[in-house]
Design a protein around this ligand. Structure first.
Ligand code: FAD
Length: 463
């Protein structure tokens, strides 16, 4: 981490203190479940080390196997709400904290090179918020570069395209990295309670972090949000209501809720894309060009990931959680004609799959390539897997790097270069993909920068 964040020894010490403070205050041990233990045992049998359920340090990345503690908010009474928002709620009594919701920041205002506030739409009316000492940006790896660009910080091409007067030229929006994954799904006869975040091994030799999520409600809800069951080129937003209906109101959702997902976070993908504001109006989304698999080696990593996850899924301890053939015909009466039209408009064969379902659900019946039911099901011929992966790959939604340390923000201070009083504390500052899920690192950066500014007596405006 030191090398990636460019921290000196004092800063590094402070960074770890921030990390430990967050871990002590927010993280909770994962509930030990039958599935979780079976998954950990399967990962061990596949050669990734023995997961230690009792190691609760979880502050620093360690090569080897242990169980990462969780900060998920499941909004479920049985699970604690330990999330970033908790920190705000804990501080609501503070007289100098004013939180505005439903606010859209449209630009940062500058006086010469100094950030002096922001323009923000609150309930549709544009207001100016003055910053006495500074502005901290935390709009994420897609929207932080957008706000910077419309405010006059970006590369020459983008700023001249936007016709915005430059505050400073920096490679904002370049170096976009999105970590991809592929999920091996296994389906069990019995329904599993929802579970998240079973990260049981970081194997730096294989370059993969192994985790599992699934059970009731997870895959059906994710299928709606990501449309990820469908091939990537057919994931059109207009299919979302249809997928919602399929998952929430038909027996297909019930079947999908028997799934567990075995997945790997591939370390250090090299492909880089860009984020570019297309208009000064920030309600217009920026153009994101991901350039997936453009760098040599990224497809090989994804293939290795797929094979490693299939290997884990095939291990004995998971035999109760996977099935070899269909587990019952759903009481499903099919799509109506307008739904079929919609699917065909998205380029999907609406009725070519099992029980008159779309073809991409073929793996619900059987999947020869895996040896167990899995959706989507890869071709039996392994030479076709690269094409299959590029057609079906999923984002982990781990985006980074668009206002990167070193090139856009100063190491250690996280201040935007050539400016005063402007800081970035979100995933855009992280130049490459983290090896484990990113929220802990992002929150640590926020806490680290905030503590440093507080010690220096700098109050700030939160964007
Ligand atoms: C479905 C899903 C599951 C995930 N699971 C995990 C997980 O298990 N563990 C993990 O570590 N990570 C997970 N991630 C990734 C994680 O959520 C992100 O890496 C992380 O939230 C990024 O943090 P950030 O602060 O950079 O940006 P964000 O969390 O995206 O925060 C940016 C905020 O800025 C706001 N914003 C943007 N533009 C403006 C504007 N103009 N004005 C005002 N506000 C604005 C946005 O509304 C948003 O609230 C998951 C992501 C998704 C989508």
């Amino acid at each position: 981490m030191q090398e990636h964040l460019g921290l000196d020894d004092d800063d590094l010490d402070q960074y770890y203190q921030s990390s430990k403070w967050l871990a002590d205050n927010l993280l909770t041990p994962l509930p030990r479940t039958d599935y979780g233990e079976a998954y950990a045992a399967a990962a061990e049998m596949a050669g990734h080390g023995r997961a230690d359920f009792d190691d609760v340090s979880n502050v620093r990345l360690k090569d080897g196997a242990w169980v990462v503690r969780s900060l998920f908010n499941l909004t479920d009474p049985a699970w604690p709400r330990q999330t970033p928002a908790k920190l705000l709620h804990d501080r609501e009594h503070m007289p100098n904290l004013h939180v505005v919701t439903k606010a859209l920041v449209s630009k940062v205002n500058f006086k010469n090179k100094r950030a002096v506030g922001v323009e923000v739409f609150v309930d549709g009316s544009l207001q100016t918020v003055a910053a006495l000492k500074g502005v901290i940006m935390a709009a994420g790896a897609i929207y932080t570069p957008q706000i910077l660009q419309v405010s006059g910080i970006g590369n020459k091409e983008t700023l001249s395209h936007l016709s915005v007067p430059p505050v400073t030229y920096l490679p904002v929006g370049e170096n976009f990295v999105d970590r991809l994954t592929y999920t091996v799904q296994i389906a069990s006869r019995k329904k599993i309670d929802k579970y998240l975040g079973y990260t049981v091994a970081v194997n730096t030799t294989a370059g993969i972090t192994f985790e599992s999520v699934g059970g009731s409600g997870i895959d059906s809800q994710m299928a709606i949000a990501s449309l990820g069951l469908a091939p990537a080129k057919n994931r059109y937003a207009f299919l979302m209501p249809l997928m919602k209906w399929l998952m929430n109101e038909t027996p297909i959702g019930e079947l999908v809720d028997h799934f567990s997902n075995i997945l790997g976070l591939v370390h250090d993908p090299q492909s880089r894309g860009s984020v570019q504001a297309t208009s000064l109006d920030v309600s217009q989304p920026p153009q994101v060009t991901a350039n997936y698999f453009s760098a040599e080696g990224d497809m090989d990593k994804q293939l290795a990931n797929l094979k490693a996850n299939i290997e884990i899924a095939r291990q004995d301890p998971l035999s109760d959680w996977r099935m070899h053939s269909a587990f019952g015909t759903p009481n499903w009466s099919g799509f109506n004609s307008s739904q079929i039209d919609l699917l065909e408009q998205a380029g999907l064969n609406a009725t070519g799959g099992p029980w008159g379902l779309p073809e991409f659900l073929n793996g619900l019946l059987t999947c020869e390539a895996m040896g167990f039911i899995s959706v989507p099901c890869p071709p039996k011929d392994e030479s076709k897997w690269p094409k299959f992966l590029s057609d079906n790959v999923l984002s982990t939604y781990h985006y980074f790097g668009t206002a990167a340390l070193g090139s856009v923000v100063e190491s250690s201070s996280f201040q935007v270069k050539n400016t005063e009083g402007l800081y970035v504390v979100d995933a855009s500052a992280i130049p490459r993909a983290t090896c484990i899920n990113p929220v802990g690192t992002i929150m640590t950066i926020g806490h680290f920068v905030g503590s440093k500014l507080a010690r220096a007596g700098h109050p700030s405006v939160l964007v």
